[in-house]
Design a protein around this ligand. Structure first.
Ligand SMILES: Cc1cc2nc3c(=O)[nH]c(=O)nc-3n(C[C@H](O)[C@H](O)[C@H](O)COP(=O)(O)O)c2cc1C
Length: 135
């Protein structure tokens, strides 16, 4: 498995990860659950009306963390928007429950992907393993 695949599988198994952004000199963090691989990139989904989206527009640096099965992963990098409709459709098809809140043409749904990132898998029993998200 590539680091990208391993990361996506881990996040899906964990179900919830915590996405940190920066607002001025204040870190902000919240639970997220959306994960999608599209054209070899790791995507997540949010709403443009949320503070998290506004923070990323100001400063695209982000880090996420999830814990599952005695291991935790951190993905630290930069997020960018991809506005293509087909990516929104792929996300809504993967998680149909999102359709209650979002739609491809609602002017709010936003797909963000890591342009580059460093992934670290850690546990209490083995040394941390760090790799680029993309080969
Ligand atoms: C388990 C869980 C998963 C969530 N997944 C997402 C998600 O993938 N995208 C999203 O925009 N909000 C998601 N939320 C809601 C956000 O955590 C919530 O809207 C939060 O307030 C957004 O951060 P902000 O207020 O700093 O913008 C999720 C909430 C929970 C409890």
């Amino acid at each position: 498995m590539t680091t990208l695949e391993k990361t996506a599988v881990f996040l899906e198994e964990a179900q919830t990860y915590y996405l940190a952004t920066v607002e001025g000199d204040q870190p902000r963090v919240r639970p997220f659950g959306t994960v999608l691989i599209w054209e070899g990139k790791l995507f997540l989904q949010t709403g443009k009306c949320k503070p998290v989206s506004r923070q990323l527009a100001q400063n695209p640096k982000a880090e996420l963390c999830a814990f599952s099965g005695g291991q935790w992963v951190r993905v630290a990098g930069t997020l960018a928007e991809d506005p293509r409709r087909e990516i929104k459709t792929a996300m809504l098809d993967k998680m149909p429950q999102l359709r209650g809140m979002y739609g491809e043409d609602d002017g709010n749904m936003q797909m963000l992907y890591f342009t580059q990132a460093e992934v670290t898998f850690s546990s209490f029993t083995a040394p941390p393993e760090t790799a680029p998200l993309y080969e």
